[in-house]
Design a protein around this ligand. Structure first.
Ligand SMILES: Nc1ncnc2c1ncn2[C@@H]1O[C@H](COP(=O)(O)OP(=O)(O)OP(=O)(O)O)[C@@H](O)[C@H]1O
Length: 237
């Protein structure tokens, strides 16, 4: 393994929500450095809200969140980035009128870092290299998802939070994204928390899983021979 090792993430009785509504309820989850955990569950169970709570985009109501033993409660987005947190969000994450190059540049504090960071993401997604000046809004849905992930990888995150990246993608694109995530883990020991509804993808990219139901962790386990059947119980109606 080369480069910085992954970060540890510990959630202790985390609760959060919107207005008067509680969404995430008492979630405890410890992810060791280098682990990849798939967070599964039906629509509306609170998966995205939990990721946003870790990032401070949704306020923490009670409980604690620590990265490498350090509370993230009062950290600004810039400090989270400095700690090595990368985020691939589900909704409207690209600047459609900016070029691929400028969308990637926005991940960095300084252009000095650009050549090395671009070289890293070109290794995962070579098509970006030939189309750097193309407007992001003209990319296909799958290409946009790969650009979103590439942007999250620009700073070589130690903890990567990914929200339903495989949604609506054709199998060949899902394969490329799974390969990129696997390569990052091998190269950098990146810790990952991956919100998913695509069970096959989740089982490929994670070594552990947790199922969220109405804001609570309903079940969890390792990705082993029993995982598929156990998870399906949580995804089926
Ligand atoms: N900004 C918001 N204000 C109020 N309620 C919200 C807001 N965002 C989400 N919710 C509600 O919180 C609940 C959980 O939503 P969340 O997006 O976290 O679920 P999810 O498990 O990620 O689902 P999906 O797979 O559909 O993205 C839903 O009932 C949703 O309507």
């Amino acid at each position: 393994m080369t480069g910085a090792a992954g970060a540890g993430l510990v959630l202790t009785e985390v609760s959060s929500g919107y207005g008067a509504v509680s969404i995430v309820r008492g979630v405890s989850l410890a992810i060791r450095p280098g682990e990849s955990v798939a967070l599964l569950g039906k629509n509306g169970m609170g998966k995205t809200t939990l990721l946003k709570t870790i990032l401070g985009l949704v306020g923490l109501r009670s409980g604690a969140i620590a990265i490498d033993g350090r509370s993230v409660a009062d950290l600004s987005p810039a400090k989270l980035v400095a700690l090595g947190v990368g985020y691939a969000p589900q909704e409207q994450p690209l600047f459609q009128d900016l070029s691929i190059r400028d969308n990637l540049r926005l991940a960095l504090a300084s252009d000095r870092l650009l050549p090395e960071a671009l070289a890293r993401v070109f290794g995962h997604f070579p098509f970006l290299k030939d189309r750097l000046s193309q407007r992001a809004g003209t990319l296909s849905g799958g290409e946009q998802k790969m650009l979103i992930l590439a942007r999250a990888l620009m700073l070589r995150p130690r903890l990567l939070l990914i929200d339903e990246i495989s949604e609506g993608l054709q199998p060949s694109v899902v394969d490329r994204i799974a390969a990129a995530l696997a390569a990052e883990r091998v190269a950098n020991g990146t810790t990952m928390l991956i919100v998913e509804q695509n069970l096959d993808f989740a089982l490929r990219v994670a070594n552990r899983w947790a199922a969220l139901k109405l804001g609570e962790i309903d079940d969890e386990g390792p990705v082993d021979g029993d995982a598929r059947a156990r998870i399906l119980r949580h995804l089926s109606v």
